[in-house]
Write a new protein. Structure first.
Length: 328
């Protein structure tokens, strides 16, 4: 990231930029920085393409066209999938592009073995935007609030992150709500966070699974119906239940083998501060029970796809009697 900032500051640009990784907010911010620096507001020579069906041949023809009254033509491409497959033609062109053509790619996923990735890395500037760690996120939240003349307690910021997750775009939206809610106060508290922050979908699933594990059937169903009221697809809920059981099984095994919370977080792809909740919920099951639950989820998914159960009923059955479904 610093490499991009230095090039912008020095006005010494490369013709190819690849911004990739899970962190959407930072990718968006740095894409905008590059747009401002490379185009200078010149919309006539700025072009945007998005999605997996981008017309590569047309883009190359565009790149070969001299810019109109400008030193460069800038082409932005996002989530094309070309860095996973089908990017050979683009890679061949980028090996020796027109000197007036500049490319900015933003991708969620890449295959670092692909020809296009290797070309972009060697001929241009490739930067990975990863999920930020807890310490970095806390510092960013603190600085964002400080600009508005506000502070946040340690307990409140941990609660805030437990609700928002590590996605900085989501954090930014929730921070705006908190700032508006605390307009006349300079300290953000737990109560403020509870009052305005939206619980992300995975946390709602976690709470539902906690109720299932503790055999609180009524609460689990109520949480499920809340998800349906929010227009969440039952089949998505089913897949997330299976994902949760898989995470719990992994947590239980990694903890048994002596892995630290940080290592477990890395294995699961969750923030370190969330591991304690997984360890606690995993302790409510035996490993064999979690394995059976995963098998039941797979079986129920098959039953839905073959028309034996509706997707809504499938989830209800897993909640009502998660260890008896296969025996019916």
């Amino acid at each position: 990231m610093q490499r991009i900032l230095n090039q912008i500051k020095e006005k010494r640009f490369q013709q190819i930029y690849l911004l990739y990784g899970e962190e959407r907010y930072l990718k968006k911010q740095y894409t905008q920085k590059l747009r401002d620096a490379l185009t200078g507001g010149d919309e006539m020579n700025t072009h945007f393409f998005e999605g997996k069906d981008v017309p590569v041949a047309q883009i190359i023809d565009l790149a070969e066209t001299m810019p109109f009254l400008s030193e460069r033509r800038v082409i932005f491409l996002s989530d094309t999938g070309l860095f996973k497959s089908g990017g050979e033609k683009m890679a061949d062109y980028l090996a020796s592009p027109s000197p007036t053509a500049f490319f900015v790619f933003t991708e969620s996923e890449v295959d670092k073995r692909s020809k296009l990735f290797k070309t972009a890395s060697s001929k241009g500037c490739a930067v990975e935007f990863t999920v930020q760690d807890e310490k970095t996120l806390k510092r960013w939240i603190g600085s964002t609030l400080a600009k508005e003349g506000k502070k946040i307690t340690e307990d409140a910021v941990r609660l805030f992150l437990s609700k928002t997750g590590t996605d900085m775009q989501n954090i930014q939206m929730e921070l705006e709500k908190v700032i508006s809610y605390c307009l006349d106060r300079d300290v953000v508290t737990d109560a403020d966070v509870e009052a305005v922050c939206t619980v992300k979908l995975s946390d709602r699933i976690f709470d539902m699974m906690e109720a299932v594990a503790r055999r609180q059937t009524r609460r689990a169903l109520d949480l499920y119906y809340d998800l349906l009221a929010l227009k969440v697809s039952p089949i998505l809920v089913l897949s997330m239940i299976a994902r949760q059981y898989n995470h719990l099984l992994q947590t239980k095994e990694l903890k048994r083998r002596g892995f630290s919370d940080r290592d477990i977080a890395s294995q699961l792809g969750v923030p370190p501060f969330a591991v304690g909740k997984y360890v606690s919920q995993a302790s409510l099951y035996k490993s064999a029970e979690l394995q059976r639950a995963l098998e039941e989820c797979a079986d129920m998914d098959y039953q839905v796809k073959t028309g034996l159960f509706s997707d809504r009923m499938a989830v209800e059955l897993l909640i009502l009697s998660p260890r008896k479904v296969l025996k019916q």
